[in-house]
Write a protein that binds this ligand. Structure first.
Ligand SMILES: Nc1nc2c(c(=O)[nH]1)N[C@H]1C(S)=C(S)[C@@H](COP(=O)(O)OP(=O)(O)OC[C@H]3O[C@@H](n4cnc5c(N)ncnc54)[C@H](O)[C@@H]3O)O[C@H]1N2
Ligand code: MOO
Length: 355
């Protein structure tokens, strides 16, 4: 018998003597490659047939728990933290093994909007955990963006009250908005201009159109029209003006973004009258990307890598634009830190070395 700080009583009972007793928490089974999840639910009354299953998952003893004053069971604590964090467009799962998932309730993709300082302050409290995606990550319909978790089987209620207070304070400073939220992506109709003499003449098949469409459609938007131009500055300018005339929500120009004499796109985007936020983006792949605005219309120049690299600066910026954000020079500048995606790394093993 061991007493918790606030009078909680935890009693260890050998599994073979536990028939008829009530489980104090969910019990997890893991079969690598096949299953990880709850084998027994909190509150389950142990029956004789359960004994071999309990022994199979390594349980020689089970806990009988009597919570003291001022303490919360892991499931209740995780549930209360998640409830404090819940806001528009979010839904919570049932507490499970001391954990609650916070998911998107939206039927469109959305941008995660997460305040890191509050996440840090909550985790600073200890014994409880809040894990989130990084802010600006894309959350698909029904996708998860955060989870609350309690580390011990029971925690002082005042820890949970401290989380609730942190979130309340944040909300009062931000018109009721919580530190974890979603910005739905709008459905954009995009005008696409593909440059390159080798494509224009039919020498090679266009691979940019399908690549851009796939990315754009995965976020719920569409390429409404695709035009083609040779590597001629005046023609590219004329085509950009044509797309602007059609009132598309955004203009994307592909190819001709680097340093060859035939790379006319950046100069043409400027000549078309665009305000250039940045030509050059400190991220690899996608360093030759251009971000600008033609009046209020976002315009991007996409380098060749977008055709064949699965994750480039286009994947970082496009969701933010679809969420209605205006990209600033500072947004571009800060992409360099953490922006190297071409190296083979130990944690993913999926990167490739490029020159
Ligand atoms: N000396 C340097 N070389 C390169 C630099 C650099 O800064 N200095 N930058 C590199 C980076 S980063 C990229 S990305 C690539 C590509 O840049 P571009 O956007 O200028 O691409 P292009 O030169 O127009 O074409 C490259 C390659 O891709 C083919 N292509 C282009 N468009 C299409 C299309 N619609 N469908 C199919 N294939 C297409 C094109 O035929 C070329 O083979 O430059 C690096 N090099
Ligand atoms: O713009 Mo390049 O893409 O860095 O590969």
């Amino acid at each position: 018998m061991s007493g918790g700080k606030h009078g909680t009583v935890l009693k260890e009972v050998p599994v073979r003597e536990a028939i008829g007793l009530v489980l104090a928490h969910d019990l997890t089974q893991i079969i690598p490659g096949q299953f990880k999840g709850r084998l027994f639910k909190k509150g389950h009354v142990v029956a004789e047939a359960d004994i071999p299953k309990l022994l199979d998952i390594g349980k020689e003893h089970i806990y009988i728990l009597e919570l003291g004053d001022g303490e919360l069971h892991e499931d209740d604590a995780a549930g209360r933290m998640a409830a404090a964090l819940q806001g528009d467009g979010l839904l919570l799962t049932e507490p499970h093994e001391g954990k609650v998932a916070i998911k998107s309730a939206l039927d469109v993709p959305a941008l995660a909007v997460i305040e890191p300082s509050i996440v840090h302050a909550i985790n600073e409290l200890g014994e409880i955990a809040l894990a989130t995606l990084r802010t600006d990550a894309v959350v698909l319909p029904g996708g998860q963006l955060a989870a609350t978790r309690v580390i011990p089987l029971f925690v002082p209620e005042k820890k949970v009250a401290a989380v609730e207070q942190l979130v309340r304070d944040y909300r009062s400073r931000h018109e009721g908005r919580g530190p974890i939220g979603l910005k739905p992506l709008r459905k954009f109709r995009i005008g696409l201009l593909t440059t390159g003499g080798e494509v224009f003449s039919g020498r090679i098949e266009d691979k940019f159109g399908p690549a851009v469409s796939r990315i754009v459609e995965s976020l719920g938007s569409e390429v409404a029209e695709q035009r083609f131009a040779p590597d001629d500055r005046q023609t590219i300018v004329k085509e950009i003006h044509y797309l602007k005339q059609q009132s598309y929500d955004m203009i994307v120009v592909t190819g001709g973004m680097s340093v060859d004499p035939d790379d006319r796109t950046p100069a043409a985007i400027k000549d078309a009258g665009a305000e250039i936020v940045s030509y050059g983006t400190p991220m690899l792949p996608g360093s030759m990307l251009l971000m600008g605005y033609l009046e209020e219309t976002p315009i991007m120049g996409l380098p060749g890598c977008v055709m064949h690299d699965p994750y480039t600066s286009f994947n970082v910026l496009l969701p933010r634009i679809l969420a209605g954000e205006t990209i600033t020079r500072e947004d571009i500048v800060t992409m360099g830190y953490g922006g190297l995606h071409t190296a083979a790394t130990w944690d993913t093993g999926i990167g490739r070395q490029r020159s």
